[in-house]
Every structure is written in structure tokens, then in C-alpha cells.
Design a protein around this ligand. Sequence first.
Ligand SMILES: NC(=O)c1ccc[n+]([C@@H]2O[C@H](COP(=O)([O-])OP(=O)(O)OC[C@H]3O[C@@H](n4cnc5c(N)ncnc54)[C@H](OP(=O)(O)O)[C@@H]3O)[C@@H](O)[C@H]2O)c1
Length: 301
Amino acid sequence: MATDIMPRTGSATLAPLETLFETKRGKVLPLPPKLARLYGCLRMPLPRSHPHVFSNFVTTLDGVVSLNTKGHASGGDISGFSAQDRMVMGLLRAIADVVIIGSGTLRTDRRHVWTAEAIFPELAEDYSRLINAMGKRGAPLNVIVSGSGEIDLRLPVFATGKVPALIVTTTAGAKRLTKQSTPDSVEIRAIHRGAGAIPARAILDEVCRVRRGKLILVEGGPRLLGDFYAERLVDEQFLTLAPQIAGREADDRRLSLVMGKAFAPLDARWGTLIDVRRGSSHLFLRYSFPDHRPGRRISRP
Ligand SMILES: NC(=O)c1ccc[n+]([C@@H]2O[C@H](COP(=O)([O-])OP(=O)(O)OC[C@H]3O[C@@H](n4cnc5c(N)ncnc54)[C@H](OP(=O)(O)O)[C@@H]3O)[C@@H](O)[C@H]2O)c1
């Protein structure tokens, strides 16, 4: 994955993160010793009444999450291929029952499978111990959201059978997908008759029908995440701040955390900082977003 134009900031060694600030929300998860040493204590809310939706992204100091250029469109280009960032990605995938991505993210990372060991193979055994300690059945359900159904079912996430996969699409998308043969590990659900985006609530409901889970990780990309924020369905944002300024031309195609939706100034999403860890010059931030379910108070700064 290395490139000669990429300074590999903080990526050479896998040193433990330094916890600068943490809160005592949620249940302490049973991290095996090596992961506990690398990450520190990890707490997660495990509500009984609804799934907990959390997202994980890496951004540059100037708010770019994808350079969106051929050969340099990955999260690694943003993090400087930080080993610590990959370690955290693996940790969050290991505790997740479900990982949801949009088809744009799949198209960028075509060979990937959204499991802990795929992002950090050296820690595979430790992630597996965590998965067992949490009483999970194995790999998280990999959910791919696509309105068009323009997805190649020969890609590893579908064809290797390493993960159970669910494609959430429209009726037109499902029709297009039936032209390919569907591997046994893949389920296709058409839940939207219209031509536009599928409502995030409908995606979440369908996911919960297929896999009853408490922890749902949205790994993006920015358009899918925008839909989840628009419907106030994100409970927490993990955000790695990478110490680079990517810059942008006035008309370039670089992406920020949320694309396709605008909230501020009238309807901004304000979060509360609940955790800060440091790995060399990278910051690992965690924000909670107020609960907007009916009857709950919405707080603003
Ligand atoms: N820095 C990070 O942490 C990070 C994390 C994730 C991704 N990324 C980067 O982000 C880039 C991709 O961005 P993106 O915004 O294109 O990604 P995306 O949200 O993964 O994909 C957009 C596509 O997903 C489908 N989609 C998303 N929401 C939908 C909805 N509500 N209903 C129906 N379909 C929906 C649509 O697919 P169809 O066109 O098939 O209808 C849409 O064109 C990549 O470069 C990736 O590496 C960065």
C-alpha cells in the first residue's frame, strides 16, 4: 500500500494510544490483553431497545476524507497508512454486529472485505478473541447500499463467502442484480420503489430484520453517512484526525465527511466530545450525538 509521495506519519510502529480524555459512558468491553494495551479501555453503550449506530472515519486537518483521485482515493491516503488507525478500525469492526458501506466505498476498495482481520491481519487472533468474548457468531454482516444495483457480485466481499453479505437496493437495482448469479452468502433486499436515495431509516430497519444486532458500524462513505446524519440516526462518530493539510482546488472532487446534505447554519448537527486518544501526531476523537428519538431532549452548545 505504500506510495513514494506519502510520508508514513506514525505508521512505522504500532505503539499504544495515549488516552488524553475519556468518559465513563457505556459498558467496558472485554478487550484481550494486547488490544487493551494498544487501545486502552473501550466502553460502548449497549441499549436494549434499539441498535447503537456508530461511524468511523479518518479526515485530514482541513476536512478531506477522500482525495477522490485514481490510485489515491482510499482512507490510507488520508491517514498516511497509519497502523494505529487500522488497529482502531479493526477494533470497531470486531465489536460490530454489522458494517454498512455505500457502493462508492466498495468501488474504491474492490478487493476488500469489511472484517477486523482484513484491515489488520497481524492482530487477527486478538480480534477473534474479542469477537468470542463478546459472544458473537463471527464476522459482522457486511451491508452494501446501492440504489442502482450496479455491483459486481464476483468481488471478494460476495464471492469468497468469508462474510455474510446483504445488498440493500431498490426494485430496479435488484432487477439489475438478478442478471448475475448470486453466491449463497449474499442476500439481496429491495426496499425502495422510488428512483432516489433509500431512506436511512429503511436501510437500518432492513438490516435489523436480517441481523438482530446491537452495534451497527457505518463506515461510509460520505454520501451514505450524510443520509444517516440527515435522519439523525448516528449515535456516535469516531474520527481520526490525520496531521496533513490536503488542500483543494476550487472545483476539485475531494470529499468531506458528509456529502450531498447540508445542515448548518439552520439545522447543524452538534456533537459532544467524549473521548480523545493520541497516537504520535494523529488524534483519535470520539463524539456522541444527542438522542433525537421522540421524547428525548436535543442539546446544543
Ligand atoms: N476517510 C474515510 O474514513 C473514508 C471512509 C469511507 C469512504 N471513504 C472514501 O469515500 C469515497 C467514496 O465516497 P462516496 O460518497 O461515493 O461513497 P458511498 O457513500 O460509499 O457511495 C455512494 C454510493 O452508494 C450508494 N448509496 C449511498 N447512500 C445511498 C442511499 N441512501 N440510497 C441508495 N444508494 C445509496 C449509491 O450507489 P449507486 O450509485 O450504486 O446507486 C451512491 O452512489 C471513496 O474514495 C472512499 O475511499 C473514506
